[in-house]
Design a protein around this ligand. Structure first.
Ligand code: SER
Length: 318
């Protein structure tokens, strides 16, 4: 039995992960941590406890951990890559200041901590295809700098203080529930919305630009399975490469066209996002996650596309 605190419970990942964790560990045992201006609503609010937990405020984290006897923290507070380029100081304050607060509370009050890393933790010097688990990580974005620093800090707390930190490097995450905000991989979410609404899609990423992507149900399962994994089998901790599919805009567009034949796409490349995308890997090698905790994705591009279109048609009554 776990008592869980989700920091950032109303965000792109948190809104779905909190509900999934409640389904597994019990509604009353999973606390939805939120910040002012992003309060939980609807099912998220009604199905279990919620607390104001701003990651930049260590006391708020500690108070929630004590009040609910939390033993596991999911730290999902972050700015996505394009926003982090516009607000680098805030990205550092949340990504690293916030992580430090979380790790200190975890050390004192004995919690396990999950903090996602990303394909953005790699930079242009890493091998692009089949990017290995252990390789050069020299990102040139503030998002990537916070992610690779977060990996190192989390490993330090595990080695030095025995804090049970674990994590995965998420690909771009695709979901029909809560839209992402300001990420480089967001186009692969937006394209489905346009297809279902019958709108022409204006693609900000150039054709031929490959990035790892993943359907949200696989990502949620990864976040839970890594925290449930047998620690004796873990050679790595922060963070594991995980992968399920890699595509460029043409491939996802043509896949959607199989189901929406009159769907149209034009390119209007955003230089900021394009530059970020070009500095990231094309496709990660996730062998270590498969070997050390039996990671295995369930959705490929076709299965994801069918499910996304079906769920968005229901959402928009189309
Ligand atoms: N989805 C993230 C972004 O694009 C990458 O992890 O910023």
């Amino acid at each position: 039995m776990k008592n869980v605190l989700v920091i950032g419970s109303t965000g792109q990942i948190g809104s779905e992960l909190t509900m999934k964790l409640r389904g597994i560990y019990g509604n009353g045992n999973v606390v939805a941590g939120y910040i002012k201006g992003a309060e939980p609503k609807g099912e998220l609010l009604e199905s279990g406890p919620a607390e104001l937990v701003d990651i930049t405020n260590a006391e708020q984290i500690a108070d929630a951990v004590r009040k609910y006897k939390v033993d596991t923290i999911y730290n999902l507070a972050a700015l996505l890559s394009a926003v982090a380029e516009a607000k680098p100081l805030l990205a550092w304050k949340i990504g690293i200041g916030g992580l430090m607060n979380t790790l200190e509370v975890a050390r004192e009050l004995k919690c396990a901590v999950f903090t996602p890393s990303s394909i953005g933790s790699f930079g242009p010097n890493a091998p692009k295809d089949g990017t290995p688990q252990d390789t050069i990580q020299q990102p040139r974005t503030m998002y990537g700098v916070t992610k690779v620093s977060g990996e190192l800090l989390s490993n330090y707390y595990a080695l030095k203080f025995g804090v049970d930190t674990r994590s995965v490097r998420f690909p771009g995450l695709i979901s029909y529930v809560t839209p992402p905000g300001g990420g480089t991989t967001d186009y692969a979410v937006d394209i489905y919305y346009s297809a279902v609404k019958g709108e022409k899609f204006i693609c900000p990423i150039q054709k031929g630009t490959f990035m790892d992507m993943m359907y949200m149900p696989d990502a949620l399962r990864a976040a839970i399975e890594i925290m449930e994994a047998n620690p004796e089998r873990l050679v790595h901790r922060n963070s594991f490469n995980i992968a399920s599919m890699s595509f460029d805009p043409e491939i996802i567009y043509n896949k959607i066209k199989e189901y929406v034949p009159d769907f149209e796409m034009v390119y209007e490349v955003d230089p900021l996002r394009q530059g970020i995308a070009e500095s990231w890997p094309n496709r990660l090698d996730d062998t270590c996650a498969r070997m050390e905790w039996d990671w295995k994705p369930e959705y490929d591009l076709d299965a994801m596309t069918r499910d996304m279109l079906e769920k968005l048609r229901i959402k928009f009554g189309k």
